[in-house]
Design a protein around this ligand. Sequence first.
Ligand code: ATP
Length: 958
Amino acid sequence: MAMGGIDLLGLQFKALLKKNLILSLRNKRSTFIQLFSSLFFIFLLFGIDRATNAQNGNTTTYEDIRDPKPLVAPAVPACENKYFVRLPCYDFVWSGNESRTVDRIVRAIRENNPGRPIPDSKVKSFRTTGDVDEWLFNNPMHVPGALHFRELNGSVISYGLQTNSTGMRRRGQYEDPTLKFQIPLQLAAEREIARSLIGDPNFGWTVEFKEFAHPAEDDFSVLATVGPIFFLAIAMFSFVFEIGSLVSEKELKLRQAMTMMGLLDSAYWLSWLTWEGFMTLISSLFIVLFGMMFQFDFFLNNSFAVLFFVFFLFQLNMVGFAFMLSSFISKSSAATTIDLSHLLQIVTSAGFPYSHTFSRTLQNIWSLFPPNLLAEALNLLSEATNTPQDIGVSWSRRTECAPNDDECIITINDIYIWLVATFFVWFVLAIYFDNIIPNASGVRRPVFYFLMPGYWTGKGGKEEEGGICSCIYSAPPVEHNTPDDEDVLQEENLVKTQAREGIVDQNVAVQIRGLAKTYHGTRSCSCCCKWKKTAPYHAVKGLWVNLAKDQLFCLLGPNGAGKTTAINCLTGITPVTSGDTLIYGNSVRSSVGMSNIRKIIGVCPQFDILWNALSGQEHIELFANVKGLPTSIIDSVVEKSLAEVRLTEAAKVRAGSYSGGMRRRLSVAVALLGDPKMVILDEPTTGMDPISRRHVWDIIERAKRGRVIVLTTHSMEEADVLSDRIGIMVKGRLNCLGTSIRLKSRFGTGFIANVSFTGSNNGLNPPDGDAADTTYQQESVKQFFRNHLDVEPKEENRNYMTFVIPHDREKLLTNFFKELEEREQEFGIADIQLGLTTLEEVFLNIARQAELESAAAEGRLVTLTITSGASVQIPVGARFVGIPGTESAENPRGIMVEVYWEQDDSGTLCISGHSAEIPLPNNAQPMVSPPNTWNCFSRRAPVRGVVIDPNDSVTPTS
Ligand SMILES: Nc1ncnc2c1ncn2[C@@H]1O[C@H](COP(=O)(O)OP(=O)(O)OP(=O)(O)O)[C@@H](O)[C@H]1O
């Protein structure tokens, strides 16, 4: 039913594009910022442009001056007209006030100032120039200029002039101190000195000042100066969002889930490229249109096409750059990408060496960094529109030197070529790094994978693990231990024989042949150049199992047993270390086999792999397309799938607002899509309420037909209800295998009898009154069990009693229950239920046994501290322990305790308590224990407790 090749690529491409469109529409804020941030930044540029123009208000620098206006005999201005003056102010100050001639000259300057006699209060006199300097120092900004006179003799008067020469701008006005203060003061001083010396108060001359006729200087271009940073900022929004989307799909293992379901890498990259290309196109159009809207000459006078391609190709280039960088980022937190974008901006603002002072090589290196090309393009285009008369760059002139570009190192067309070429470089590198940098499961391709013929023919290109900068050192091979359990051994032998002799059993869907997985130890150089080494870990140590068609195989085991690892090996998420698995004849070790397997499996991973912004319906549609279901049936498949998991009503609700149970149900529906021949369900009912759980059990039960299902769960009830066969794994090994009944009968403690009471006396004579009736009957029943089966109740209350009857008493049961039934009335029994022990008990027994065996094999010891304060070291799991050094006259053999053990979350046995201390009985014998070993770092060997053989008649009182 599913398709392949180009058709599949097209289908997946369309589905992923639709997903990106929906995600963008749902993520309104980021889409809005991506498209319209240009409006904000161009508005800012507009503001800066206006402010700069206003600052240059009365300067003629940026105007063509053909007929300059003369400044005729300017008067000394009032000090209040100066910019940044402090009041009270003086029009000028002067020194030399000991000379009467000078005093007269200054008075004349004041009185003869053209158009404005200066009042006496607006000048200040001093004796020497030093006095003036001291006053100026202590009273800054209170006067625009100072005159210094010295009468040398009757016919010679020298004078000096002092002004604050700093040019000032205020509210768009420019103040030139030379023209405004110095020259008028100089003219007035010279005029009055001349009049005084000649003795003619009307003597005078006319002086005119004119600036040069000059063409307008290059206007300050906001776009060329701050434009690159601003346009880079616009592109940075898209850049950050692009990296964020790619990385979060990787981080949330969404991409891995799609790959597991058969997603082609080509469809993935093509869909992202097309979507981001489209967003970039719209955003670039908006930049040019907004620029035109704000009437920038830059946007009006350069060709629309030239401008559009500059922004479009630059942003597209940044998309490729973002794709490449996304491989190096493992967390989608905005901080990383924002830091990155800051770095880009700092580099961009550092300078652009497109000038003859820099070598061609340096320019080429510089051009590899896309923001530099943008900066240069903006520079060329703004120079080409410097004045209203400049014609800008037209489309046909893009290959020529831009107008006003004197150096002509690079043309707009060269910039296009650089942007397109580097875009392809980034994109190819993005795909390369995506392959060689470890994915979310730590799997990657070899660094030179593209040189391997197998990669191109689809027959090899094997994956490996570990970072590219860390070296993997070979792990010791897994030792093969012959299984202790007869059923596991029998299965192993069967699979081995079938594999060796090439026997194909038509009933077998999956054949697991010695599957082993070792997570390699790595050595990597951390900061401070210290080698960090992690030890290899054998997570799965050789599984040999046949999984039959139409059956559900349940893999149980404590946390960390290796269930998920085994499943990941089957789905190809993790490469196997040794052994193999054939799924419907396809090997998980070959690329071709794996790509065939992906077409026939459905997976519900341990964690929900869903997009919060997509609805249930959209998820099913997406995965149906990824699996290549024909378009014509997708609607009916979606409807059926949602109905099956009871999500029809919530079909259009986003998965982000689903409850935990609903999310799991959606994941189960995704796993069952497209009628897969093998379904893997890793803890599918976690977090579900009992009603939903039973409903999902029904779905799984129905789904068994025509396929093989592998299920892992921590619910023993679930395993009991659904499984056809159960395997319990502990520490990477299969410890038992069989149907639920077989496991219970082999590993359970026996049978469980529940006896419930009516609560009335039916014949026995109680010693006293009604209240004691029930107690009396219960005691009688206890006695009956004790006498016939030698068992005590495990649980009891007024209404019922529970007895656990060991297997070895099975033969006595028929007669026992017959007699019990006959005496039901006499004992006041309402009902008797007999059943096998639970699967949970089997599980606990197996886990405990495995832990005891591994502790014994490793010779693991723990410290027991008894109530009296003594501490001894005892082997893990030891039950009766004698305490050395407690021998006394009263207890000649010393004392002992019974140690109680419990398993923690990871199955490790730890001491939960101990019984009261009791004298060690005479007949108790110590078990043979390994000799005390000295620890070379400790002064004394720790005291070892004496483990007592439980087969001796030790009856501790608890
Ligand atoms: N990528 C890895 N690198 C190193 N060790 C790993 C890696 N993945 C898993 N392990 C280790 O392998 C062991 C088996 O893990 P796995 O997830 O298969 O257990 P599990 O049986 O599925 O447990 P659970 O019931 O908690 O899901 C664990 O001790 C785990 O720490």
